[in-house]
Design a protein around this ligand. Sequence first.
Ligand code: TRP
Length: 334
Amino acid sequence: MEKSLKERVLSGDRVTGRLHIGHYVGSLKHRVELQSQYETLVMLADVQALTTHFDRPELIRGHLFDVALDYLAAGIDPEKSFIFVQSMVPEIAELTVFYSMFVTVNALRHNPTVKAESKGSGLDEMYYGFLGYPVSQAADITFCKATIIPVGEDQLPHLELTRKIVRRFGELYRPVLVEPRAVVGDVPRLAGLDGHGKMSKSQGNAIALDSSREELESRIRKAVTDPARVRKDDPGHPDICPIYSYHEAFRPEGAAEIRESCTKGTIGCSGCKKLVAAAIDGLLEPMRERRAFYEQRPERVKEILLAGTDRARELGKETMLEVREAMGLDYFFR
Ligand code: TRP
């Protein structure tokens, strides 16, 4: 299929740990689908990872290759997409500085995602880089003029800010940037295995994309379900059960039946869990094969990242020429 020349897809993930099935249904699945139609860039957000891990850069370094493998395993196809490293694209940092001049501290302080994350971040104080990371995220999106941004719903405030920055830049200087739109996953926030909030590796309630079948089954077996179901025939409440939400996400065709048999108490939790584990295993199995392929070819992975970074820089340079010209900062070239 001829790719659309007009639009570009960009999305990324902080490199603070392996990706999990919540990332998959939240945005990765969309990226895999969109890559056949649009030029797709997938960013290893190592700079954004520094906002919470500036004192542990070795952890980011340690995860970079693993997250790249997660992408390739999940079906990001290096023939169709570019995978690149955020810190290797200096244009993103340059844009961040320019944008930061006209974004108010108040707008950042009221960003609901920044607020929620600062509670869970373990940071004792609010740091400049952390408060400002949505500005840097606007630079991630605009440096390559991406318009389609597959993300989880928690990222919507950042998308809104990006759109504001693009408009403000246009008013202040010249409209050379483009407004992006979010594509939110079918399951905007997958529940955690412990039933407390969303799936997140830092909460230890996630199923990693590189789980073996045994790990997956054991994690599901230990997952929390509706506490009202002590005996097999106790009527359950699917809407408060994380396992039920996985049925909706990973075997939607069977979810209505599960809802009914759970509510009536005609299926036990362990049988219900087995069904969902099998569905998730069906998703992970082809990923295990692709992962094994690339794991044995680290040189190939490195080439993929370097090629992706080259493409990102090429786009970044084009945009920076326009940005500098729009701002009148192209001093000695006119
Ligand atoms: N903040 C995103 C997350 O936590 C990661 C990210 C960084 C991102 N830059 C981006 C997502 C640009 C989309 C576009 O998941």
